[in-house]
Design a protein around this ligand. Sequence first.
Ligand SMILES: [Ca+2]
Ligand SMILES: [Ca+2]
Length: 490
Amino acid sequence: MDPSTCGMYRTGAGGAPGTPPDPPGAAWRQKDAAQAPDGTEGAVPRWLARAAGCGVGAATDPEDTMKRMKGRTMKRLPPCWATLTALYALGAAGLSGALPAHAQAVLLSDDFNGRPDGLITNEFAYFNPTAPGARHDGIWEMTSGSFFARGGLGYSGVPDTAAPNAASSNGTDSAVFRLDTIRRDFGDVAVDFDLNNRALYNNTGQPPDAGDGVTVWLRYYSQYTLYAIKVNRRDGGIDLKKKTPPGPSNGGTYYTLAHTTYAVPYGAWQHVRAAVRNNADGSVGLWLWINGRLVLTATDDGTYGGPPLRQPGGVGLRGDNCEFYVDNFAVTDVSDACALFPDTAQYNFETSAQDWQSTGGMITGVAQSAANAFDGCSGLAVHFAAAGPDVRQARVLAPPVPAGATVTFHVWLPASSRLTYVMPFVTEGPASGYRFDGSYRPASQLRAGAWNTIAVTVPPDAATPADVLGVEFGCDGPWSGTCYVDSVSW
Ligand SMILES: [Ca+2]
Ligand SMILES: [Ca+2]
């Protein structure tokens, strides 16, 4: 969707299951926030600024003004942002990343199923903890707004700027929606959730702003110190920001660490994955995936806003003038670096050998192994003990590979071996005579001590289900060692 039409969005098509009808009286005016006359949008990394030939400073971002504060300073991207954004987006587009393919330690989850429809918690409970009727929750608290369960989903309610009572029966104040976990012990973690951004509002009493939308918090220490990943902005942007005190934005200053563009798919489900991890050099890494694609990453080395936020904290969600649903919220441990870049191949060997087997002879066995992986945390170890020349396979029967597929294999060979060739292959089904489709690679064309990527094309007329998929190895003399296969996909 053209970001300039975000404010025109109306619900009714492609909305979440169980979504309520359009709010009565909502003013669907076209936004005008992008035409703000002045202001700047945080800071960018110095190396990036130098590369693009434009100066930057630790400018403030006033988006997090005190609730219901009027006359907010609007902002506009400085001219160099266009170039910087393009550079960064180009870099991010070349990275790969996707949803977890193997089990990681889940530290917290809320799928909202089983919660009765109605208020989960609200700001009234936070500020009036002992008041009669205050709604407290075991997972969530909020310093502004109201959070509801509805049809097995979490829901912001229709945003307004009313001061809600204990039940939020008189309004939500979700025009500024600030929801955080009560837990503050999340260190190196990924936050996954499904997001359905229904609409932006222009008439809540909180003035429309280019930064309106949905934000994920990581390393949330307080509403003044946190990382903020703006995943859906009214102006079609995405930011990785750091907020630390002091400053004019509700007691802090926002520093933009990275920025790119993104067309918000209003009314459709998006899968968001945001991660934070301490780096060995003292910096902090931040990553954002949307629908399995890594769209933005940044490193906080302390250049802006004080030292990197390396201590564990909470996580949370923020909304500004936005009505949205959230589901399947989960926090997982990514202290193991491989967990950050999971393997989503059909044969990824993350939790088992996936029924791969050896044809015997010089291959003494195959096993899932964390000793080597092309992607994710594990690959398939293929153990050799050759007494002399031999030809054998590591393979799986009845693979669900379709006709016409290009199957990509990754094979790792040790620094020295007596292997003479490697041949990934697919043997088709009986109706096409068990035709053999292989990609032969002599040792002279293979890299030792490294991963080799080899593709096999299955013809469009291949009979399926295929009979066998695997890797054939040829050896010319006595030798013992281990090869690895990983990330076999199509
Ligand atoms: Ca649910
Ligand atoms: Ca793997």
